[in-house]
Design a protein around this ligand. Structure first.
Ligand code: AMP
Length: 213
């Protein structure tokens, strides 16, 4: 079973590339952000607890996220392989993930500068039904406000506003960037791939295909 780990700042393109990898290779995309958003919209006990934290752009506690992830991995659609999108977000989560079995682990770091991600996130639209991602500047939906894939309504995520975006980037620098060193120290050189994520989506995907070979 293959585990692909996508690292990179908010807006680096992890969700977009995870979608493309899932389509081509059949590995299942697992976004911890989506798992948490599902709890928030279902107003579960966990959802009510984490809503405000998420809206501020802070990290939800490790215990909660790890439990959501472990439950998700119990479903058998991940046995052929899965893609981690948004996890690990700190060193402790990375250590926890290493304890979960995988035959092969490929780490892909989507590297992009801060100005690019702020622009991307401010113009991002997400389908409220299937989670597909669009962008008002570079990847406009065919029909305004409607998802090309499922016809669902496109929304701006509650945390895609400038203040929260800046906080998410700060949190990323402080807590998530050290995860890159974790994988380098762990001896992941052979399966650690840094990709310039300011390039067009299909160019980045071609480089990911090279990394997955
Ligand atoms: P994302 O959809 O990956 O941008 O995540 C949206 C928000 O969900 C983040 O800003 C955090 O509040 C929360 N979140 C997602 N993944 C994690 C994680 N691995 N650890 C802690 N919080 C997370």
């Amino acid at each position: 079973m293959v585990r692909v780990i996508l690292l990179g700042a908010p807006g680096a393109g992890k969700g977009t590339q995870a979608d493309a990898i899932e389509d081509k290779y059949g590995y299942k995309q697992i976004s911890t952000g989506d798992l948490i958003r599902a709890e928030v919209s279902a107003k579960t006990e966990i959802g009510l607890k984490v809503k405000a934290i998420m809206e501020k752009g802070e990290l939800v506690s490790d215990d909660i996220v790890i439990e959501l992830l472990k439950n998700r991995l119990k479903q058998d659609d991940t046995v052929g392989g899965y893609i981690m999108d948004g996890f690990p977000r700190n060193r402790h989560q990375a250590e926890e993930l290493s304890r979960m079995e995988a035959d092969r682990e490929v780490v892909i770091y989507l590297e992009v500068n801060e100005d690019v991600v702020i622009q991307r996130l401010l113009s991002r639209l997400t389908c409220s039904v299937c989670g597909a991602i669009f962008n008002l500047l570079s990847d406009t939906p065919k029909q305004a406000g409607k998802c090309d894939e499922c016809g669902g309504t496109l929304i701006q995520r509650a945390d895609d506003n400038e203040e929260t975006i800046r906080n998410r980037i700060r949190v990323y620098k402080e807590q998530t960037q050290p995860v890159i060193d974790y994988y380098l120290e762990k001896g992941h050189e052979g399966s650690f791939h840094q990709i310039d994520a300011s390039k067009p989506v299909d160019v980045i995907f071609a480089e990911i295909e090279g990394a997955l070979r």
